[in-house]
Structure formats: C-alpha cells, structure tokens
Design a protein around this ligand. Structure first.
Ligand code: HEM
Ligand code: PLO
Length: 489
C-alpha cells in the first residue's frame, strides 16, 4: 500500500489490506450515484482505496477546475487496466492512452480531420442531413408499430462517423453493420466498468466470461478495421485525402519518408493509427446514439416538452424545408432540451478517470505520482437538486428571461469535461444531436406504444451510461402524411 506523508489528505473511506475500500462500496446504487451520496458522510473531497489504488473523488467545481484545467497537464494521465489494454493494444489510443507526445499528435490529427469536414465539400451538415432523411424514411415505414429505435438511431449515427473515418456508409441490414452492433455491445458491456479484473489484474488467471467476450468482440472489431486500413492503403492518393484514416495515413507516410525510425518514436505505427480510428469510431457511435436514446426517454416522459419543441420547429422552420445548422439560434428550446439531457443523463458521469503524472496537490490535500484521481462530474452538476426528480423538470434552466439558450448556466456544467482532456467530439456531437432531433420532431410525434411501460430512467452504468431497451411508436405528423419519400444515403 502506498505511503502518504502529506498533512491534509482527504478523509478516507475505511480501508483494509488487499481489498481496500471495496467493502464500503458494496451497494445497490450505481457508482456515480453512490459516490455522490458518500459525500454526505465524507465531505466534498474524499478518498478511497480501489484495491491497491488510491482514488480521490472530486465533487465540487473548484476542485474539478484545479484537476482539469489549472493542473490539467499534471492530471492528464490515464490508468492502465486489463480491459482497456485489451481494447486499445496497451493504451495506443487517445481516450485511454497516457498523456504523451504521440497522444498529442493523434489528438491534433483527429482535430484537423474533423475541421476538414466543417467546411469542405463533404460538409458534415450534408452528411447528417442524408442520414436523417434515410432514418425518417425508415421510421415512416415502421409507423404504427412498437419499435426499439436503437438500431435505426445507431445506423444513422454510425454512418455519419463512418463517412468521417472511412468515407463509407452502411445500408439497412448490411451484415457488416449487424456485426458492428454486436461487437460494440459486447465491448460496452465489458470494458472499463470498474470490474474486479481492472482493480486486481491477477484475477485474469481465472476463467472470466466478461474478459472472453471482450477479447472476442475486440478481435471482430480489429478484423473489420484491418480490412478498412488495407483498402485505404491500397487506394491512398496524396491529392485526395477525404477522411480520418487517410489523414492518419498521410501523417504516417510523411514521417516514413523523412525518417523511418521516427514512426515508432512519435507513435505512428499501424497499431497507433488503427487504435485512433477505433476510438473515434467507437466514441462517435456510442455517445451520440446514447444521448439520442435518452432524448426519446425524456420526451416520452415529458409530452409537454415534445409539444413545445414541435411548436418551435413549426413556427421557425415550418414544413417546407429541412432543418439546418443555422437554425440553432432560432430553436432555443430544442437547444436547451439537449443541454438539459446532457446534464441529467451525462454519457460519462465520472468522465474517464484522470491520473496524476507527477507529484502535485489539490487544494487542502497532497497527492503523489501515480495517484489515481477520478473526477466526479456527476455531483458537480447535481448539487442542490434531488436526483430522482430531474426528469420531471422542464429544461427551462437553460433559457434566459427572453427565452434565449444559455450555453452554460453554471461553471460546474461539464458534460464534455474540460482542459487538455476535453472531449474531441463535442462540436460534432452537438451538431448531430440538434439536426437528428430537429428532423425527427419536425416529422414525427414520439409516443408510448399501447401496453408498454414508460422507459426506465436510471439506465445501466458502464463505460457509457445507457438507457435500458424500450419501445416507441413514431407517429407521422399530419403535415407529412402525403409526402412520398426522402433522399437516401
Ligand atoms: C472524451 C463526453 C461525443 C470523442 C470524452 C469525455 C467525456 C466525453 C466526458 C472525457 C473527458 C475527460 O476525461 O476529462 C462526450 C459526450 C458526447 C461525446 C457527452 C456526446 C454527446 C463524442 C464524439 C466523439 C468523441 C462524437 C468522436 C468524434 C472523444 C474522445 C475522447 C473523449 C476521443 C478522449 C479525449 C482524451 O482522452 O484526450 N467525451 N463525448 N466524443 N471523447 Fe467525447
Ligand atoms: C464504445 C464501444 C466501442 O466498441 C469502443 C469504444 C471506443 C471509445 C470509447 C467508447 C467505446 C465509449 C465511450 C468513450 C469512448 C472514448 C471517449 C468516450 C469512453 C468503449 C467517453 C464518453 O468518454
């Protein structure tokens, strides 16, 4: 066990040899709710032993600001765990990889590839619009039936990120897409969810179903990725770099032309390139799809919110044209609803745990190299409010007196994190959420099918906080009943 000689260490949960504080963490509550509730007893900054790891739970904005921004670089490390190592070939990706020159380079490359889509001819707005049209066509065909919209939302979001990463997209029923749905579910169910094997790596010597599933799913994902990589290498043209994989290949080829040995040093090996694309693909699909599903849960629980958004869309866009990104300013209630969704059901309530890479301190406490600081963003957004009632609140808190959207009503609203490790896909995710929801609500009213219970509000905690499966009936609104078809992907 690590020895601390600081004077003001945060109050700690009881801890025992080997197991650390795990006995105090046994609870029916999900981790983000449990961590929030423990502060009543232990204060806003408290610590615990996750097996052999010293963890500090940060509950207040001023501490989070220190960890994420003021000392962002010091706390920019990530924990190496058994499951994330399997997923990322030992941390050769962005999200679970340590702060390093290669991590910096890959973030920059992804950033530049995402910017390329902001303006270029393959504008992101056009891509999302095509996918929204195709999705609405399918929803029209499914009308009157109780359906799990999950796969259709996933296909739309996957196709956006597929265009960005590989310049390709999936038709409905494509076997490769079906395989992707299956492996991705397997990964989400088994990776980075504070499982015992991540806390006590030696446990992996015993048979472990989750680990077997994870390895199988990662192998299927890698096979698909490898095929895309080979196709891109074969067709690579320096004058036509149109997607993320080409952008990474260009950087790799340039480095190889300059000096072969550099490729290893700066992290442009095949493994690094593949793991960066895998991250963006995985993050791009699972996060946005999850928020869209929460949006439907929220609208089914709050019919009035849905009606208000529809009235706003009807008066500002009407039925003659499709929603555009430039409508964001004139649809403040929809924007406020999205902000509210990200507050009450953050995709990553605990962010991704940050690790101190050097000795440092947090206000009133000392910390040491290797100190594993989990930034608790959940409570940062929830203090003064009672968790179970949030879904009953209309999203008015994100509107000012004139009804304009307030982007950040409180400094502790951090759904995408902040500082050096801030989410790379924030802008993309916001564009997608706005356009997909505007398209859907312009055309459909989302209803609870007869005999189905209202969807569960708690969700399933894991690497993303997902809603449980539920069914919806998307009813075509009167104005659209005579419309024949939409553009296809
Ligand atoms: C990291 C939220 C969508 C790519 C993160 C983090 C959060 C987050 C909380 C962790 C920040 C930290 O560790 O401090 C969200 C939410 C999304 C979303 C709420 C949707 C509404 C996306 C999309 C992409 C993406 C669409 C891809 C294009 C990433 C990457 C990281 C990340 C690569 C790791 C950054 C790093 O460790 O340096 N996101 N995200 N995210 N996100 Fe997102
Ligand atoms: C989702 C399942 C994919 O198959 C692999 C994958 C890659 C990147 C991960 C993502 C999963 C879950 C959401 C994560 C994202 C990186 C950043 C994002 C953790 C595991 C968030 C919300 O932090």
């Amino acid at each position: 066990q690590r020895k601390f000689h600081g004077t003001h260490l945060p109050k700690s949960l009881p801890s025992y040899p080997l197991v650390g504080s795990l006995l105090s963490l046994r609870s029916s509550l999900q981790p983000h709710v449990l961590f929030q509730s423990l502060q009543k007893k232990y204060g806003v900054l408290y610590s615990l032993m996750m097996g052999p790891y010293y963890v500090v739970i940060v509950n207040k904005y001023h501490h989070a600001k220190e960890v994420l921004m003021k000392k962002g670089k010091i706390f920019a490390g990530r924990a190496r765990t058994v499951t994330t190592d399997i997923l990322t070939r030992d941390g050769k990706d962005i999200a679970f990889g340590n702060y390093s020159p290669s991590w910096k380079l890959h973030r920059k490359l992804v950033h530049s590839a995402l910017c390329m889509f902001g303006e270029g001819c393959l504008s992101i707005e056009k891509i999302i619009g095509q996918e929204a049209a195709s999705m609405c066509q399918t929803l029209t065909e499914m009308q009157g039936t109780a359906v799990d919209l999950g796969p259709e939302l996933t296909r739309a979001v996957t196709n956006v990120v597929c265009s960005l990463c590989f310049n390709s997209c999936y038709e409905r029923g494509d076997p490769e897409f079906e395989a992707m749905l299956t492996y991705s579910k397997g990964i989400v169910d088994t990776v980075a969810k504070d499982s015992l094997v991540d806390i006590f790596p030696w446990i992996q010597i015993f048979p472990n179903d989750d680990l077997r599933t994870l390895k199988k799913c990662v192998a299927i994902r890698d096979e698909l990725l490898y095929q895309k990589y080979e196709q891109h290498k074969a067709n690579y043209d320096d004058n036509s770099v149109t997607d993320l994989l080409d952008t990474l290949l260009r950087a790799k080829l340039n480095a190889e032309n300059n000096n072969n040995s550099v490729v290893q040093d700066i992290g442009l090996t095949d493994d690094h390139v593949l793991m960066t694309v895998a991250d963006i693909f995985g993050a791009g699909v699972e996060t946005t799809t999850t928020v869209l599903q929460w949006a439907i849960v929220y609208l089914l629980h709050n019919r009035k919110v849905q009606e208000t958004i529809q009235a706003e869309i009807d008066s500002k866009i009407g039925f003659e044209r499709q929603p555009k990104l430039s409508d964001r300013g004139s649809l403040p209630y929809l924007e406020a609803t999205i902000s509210e969704l990200l507050r009450i059901r953050p995709v990553a309530p605990l962010l991704i745990p940050h690790v101190a890479m050097a000795d440092s301190s947090l206000r009133f406490s000392e910390s040491f190299k290797g100190f594993f600081g989990s930034v608790m963003s959940w409570h940062l957004r929830h203090h003064k409010l009672i968790f179970f009632f949030f879904f009953l609140n209309p999203p008015a808190r994100f509107l000012d007196e004139e009804g304009n959207h307030i982007y950040s009503p409180s400094a502790s609203y951090l759904p995408f994190g902040a500082g050096v490790r801030v989410c790379l896909g924030e802008a993309l995710a916001k564009m997608e959420l706005f356009l997909f929801l505007a398209w859907i609500l312009q055309r459909f009213t989302l209803e609870l099918p007869n005999g189905c219970p209202l969807p569960d509000l708690e969700g399933k905690f894991g690497v993303v906080l997902q809603p449980k499966k539920f069914k919806t009936n998307a009813r075509l609104r009167e104005a659209w009943k005579n419309l024949e078809s939409y553009d296809h992907c």
